[in-house]
Design a protein around this ligand. Structure first.
Ligand SMILES: [Fe+2]
Length: 387
């Protein structure tokens, strides 16, 4: 299709009519790429190949008639909006109505005059090119909106990542703990059969699980020895502080200011807020225990949001195999034994089951990710391919 040389399709089973069209075109034939078809099937083949800008067709033809051709074109993808001019007899009022109902653009009554024919075709072509321009503009605007949306999404992901790292730098200079917790959480969520939207969100949101540590003094957070009861209480407050930072409001009395299911089912707001809401829930509840002996609210069982039940295992496992100021790094086998020993006590059995079944694969996936050195630039790029 080209605006400089539009394509016009003439369809009539009578060769005399096609010859008449050729004669009528006269010098217009130099400007238009005209095709002359003696059957609806032949015309349909050309139309479906694309590039036709206007069809001029008789109604009455053997086998497939003009209505069949019109209907087939209107149902097709590439040619669905091609202007279609129907040739009718003067007394065929019912046929004229039917043609318009089927989506004919214009009607030409026989006998056809040259000026009438040419002006109708020119009008139809103008309509076609205006529609094409409109479509190109819509496509261009859609692409721009898509591009801007992607930029905003990437900026949001990058902001979440850097916020998480800011806090993590205080007691883990590599910042790898949050990446491992994020990767582990996504792995476990997938193992539980959660959909990719949830898995993507929990990967991002879990990176912020310890954001509340930003409010814990160094003398407590970095203390190499055991904590006294008061210091322990201070450290535990990172859960409620994390909730308050991420939710933007004080923790509700009794805890769980939002999203008691932690499943996203109750989260109706936009994606950026869903991540912050889920992150707030995880920050608040990732130290709750399945048996109800955790903190800050002593929730138990399924009263603990699912995302927090997942992150609890992902977080503790990585903490066990990591060196901290107050402890050596355990081996994977030692850590797995501890997680298994807490099945049904600290951790939900279903989550532990997924972990025990897949921790080797989980480790390999996470190590590969960190080993690739793509955290800075690739952490959220990878997420971007999911959402
Ligand atoms: Fe924590």
């Amino acid at each position: 299709m080209s605006q400089s040389r539009p394509t016009v399709l003439f369809v009539d089973d009578e060769i005399n009519m096609l010859d008449m069209f050729k004669r009528m075109l006269g010098s217009e034939a130099n400007d238009w790429d005209a095709h002359f078809c003696s059957s609806a099937d032949e015309a349909l083949g050309i139309a479906l190949a694309g590039g036709v800008d206007t069809v001029v067709s008789d109604i009455r033809m053997p086998e497939k008639d003009g209505f069949d051709l019109l209907a087939a074109i209107r149902e097709s993808g590439p040619s669905v909006r091609v202007p279609f001019i129907i040739l009718t007899g003067g007394g065929d009022q019912a046929l004229r109505c039917k043609a318009l109902e089927l989506g004919a653009t214009d009607l030409l009554t026989k006998p056809i005059g040259r000026d009438d024919l040419l002006v109708r075709i020119r009008t139809a072509l103008r309509m076609k090119f205006q529609a094409d321009d409109q479509e190109r503009t819509i496509h261009k605007l859609s692409s721009q909106v898509e591009h801007r949306t992607m930029e905003l999404e990437n900026a949001r992901r990058e902001t979440v990542w850097r916020l998480a790292k800011t806090c993590e730098f205080r007691d883990d200079e590599t910042g790898n703990h949050i990446v491992r917790v994020a990767c582990n959480s996504r792995f476990i969520a997938r193992g539980l059969g959660m959909d990719e939207v949830f898995c993507d969100l929990i990967m991002q949101a879990s990176a912020l699980h310890d954001i509340g540590k930003i409010g814990i003094p160094d003398r407590v957070l970095l203390k190499p020895g055991p904590l006294d009861p008061e210091e322990r209480t201070i450290v535990q407050s990172h859960t409620t502080m994390g909730y308050e930072i991420l939710s933007g409001r004080p923790q509700a009395a009794g805890g769980l200011g939002m999203d008691p299911l932690g499943s996203l089912g109750s989260l109706e707001t936009g994606r950026q807020f869903r991540i912050l809401q889920l992150a707030a829930t995880i920050a608040e509840c990732h130290h709750e225990r399945w048996d109800g002996l955790g903190y800050p609210n002593g929730l138990s069982g399924e009263a603990i949001p699912l995302a927090a039940r997942i992150v609890a295992v992902a977080d503790v496992y990585d903490a066990l195999i990591s060196e901290r100021p107050y402890k050596r790094a355990l081996s994977v086998d030692e850590a797995v034994e501890i997680i298994a020993g807490e099945n049904g006590r600290q951790f939900e059995p279903a989550v532990v089951r997924v972990f025990l079944r897949g921790y080797r694969e989980m480790n390999a996936e996470t190590d590969e990710y960190i080993g690739s050195g793509s955290m800075e630039t690739g952490f959220y790029d990878t997420l971007g391919s999911i959402s």
